[in-house]
Design a protein around this ligand. Structure first.
Ligand code: ZN
Length: 375
């Protein structure tokens, strides 16, 4: 099966979760062609001694503090961005997929269907105007991952989100795998010739269709559509996951392939921490593996608690203060700014009051973001 087909299957299942629960069960299998396979290392075969039973967050924090962990992988979904005020795509009634009537499309999936886009790109471009960056900012969770990087501990972050908040928080591109694509680049949907992202955004926001300078095909942001390949970078997971010595999973339902399967491709002795509202994937089986631990509830609260156990909380707060003060928010669509959002984190609200207007921040930090996560 080709990667494109795998993604199509994955995303169709994603959409299908709204109504077809039976698909969730089937999606536990890795699709052929996704590059996901069972772990090659068993606990018995691995010469390293498995860690003791993980009983609480302190135990997990101790693994980071006392072991030479330098290869932590983070797997994240839409849940990490809800504290930034970004609605989940799939929330019934308020979610994106439940509110597509105004685009006059035959079925919700059409808005991200590459075949439909070829025939009529306008519905997606109308939506893209809303998805381009407003005033959303990263929250504590994004900065926690940035801190993992700052400490030299982050092997890679695999995100299902297309909101770009990981980049804005300062996690470098080489540490990021945006599995469902990004608004930070654009290309022709026919010949894949790159197109200047700033120009594409400007045209789309002006209700104009960006055209490929090579073949005149329609240009779109490099967000992965149904029927399109996963980004090549995603396949780094085949090298990354066997190298991981700690896996942190947060803010995801883990019901979407290939993400649902890659969390099972770390070595059997590798500790896995779930920070989430609900138990998901392998964390639904009680008792948990002794190397698995989950902290359920509000994600930001859970991550803060973890950061406190690590002794990083003040450092992260300081990082947020410094970063949010030097980064000048740049709205692509002022009419869509969520400046009065009550769901924005407190740190961001503080920044809004104090951020200097003439900040010398890097525009690239805020240039390429959207306001939703396709996950
Ligand atoms: Zn082209």
């Amino acid at each position: 099966m080709e990667p494109a087909k795998s993604l199509e299957t994955a995303l169709v299942r994603n959409l299908g979760q709204l109504t077809f629960t039976e698909k969730q069960n089937r999606s536990a299998r890795p699709p052929r062609g996704s590059g996901v396979s069972a772990p090659k290392h068993s606990a018995a075969a691995n010469p390293r001694r498995a860690p003791s039973q993980l009983r609480n967050l302190e135990d997990v924090a101790r693994l980071i503090q006392q072991r030479p962990c330098r290869n932590i992988i983070v797997v994240a979904g839409a849940g990490i961005s809800t504290a930034s005020g970004i609605p989940d795509f799939r929330t019934p009634e308020s979610g994106l997929y439940a509110n597509l009537q105004k685009y006059n499309i035959p079925y919700p999936e059409a808005i991200f269907d590459i075949d439909y886009f070829t025939c009529d790109p306008q519905p997606f471009f109308s939506l893209a105007k809303e998805l381009y960056p407003g005033c959303y900012r990263p929250n504590y969770v994004h900065y926690f991952v940035r801190m993992l990087h700052e400490k030299g501990l982050l092997l890679r972050m695999y995100t299902q989100n297309i909101d770009g908040l990981e980049r804005i928080s300062g996690i470098p591109e080489e540490k990021l795998v945006e599995a469902h694509g990004t608004f930070s680049s654009a290309s022709c949907h026919l010949c894949y010739t790159k197109f200047p992202v700033t120009e594409a955004k400007k045209l789309i926001l002006s209700n104009k269709v960006p055209r490929c300078k090579n073949c005149q095909g329609t240009v779109k942001p490099d967000v992965v559509f149904f029927g399109e390949d996963l980004p090549k970078k995603f396949f780094l997971h085949t090298k990354d996951f066997p190298k991981a010595d700690l896996l942190i999973i947060m803010g995801t339902s883990l019901q979407i392939e290939p993400f649902a399967s890659i969390v099972n491709t770390v070595k059997a002795t590798v500790p896995r921490l779930l920070l989430n509202r609900d138990p998901i994937g392998p964390f639904q089986k009680i008792p948990l593996k002794r190397t698995d631990f989950m902290e359920l509830g509000d994600l930001v609260d859970g991550v803060k608690m973890f950061a406190r156990h690590l002794g990083w909380h003040e450092e992260i707060e300081d990082l947020i203060r410094r970063h949010e003060c030097v980064v000048k928010p740049k709205s692509a669509n002022p009419g869509k700014e969520r400046t009065k959002s009550t769901s924005r984190p407190a740190a961001v609200q503080r920044r809004k009051k104090t951020a200097p207007e003439d900040s010398s921040s890097s525009d690239s930090d805020t240039e390429s973001t959207s306001s939703s996560g396709l996950s």
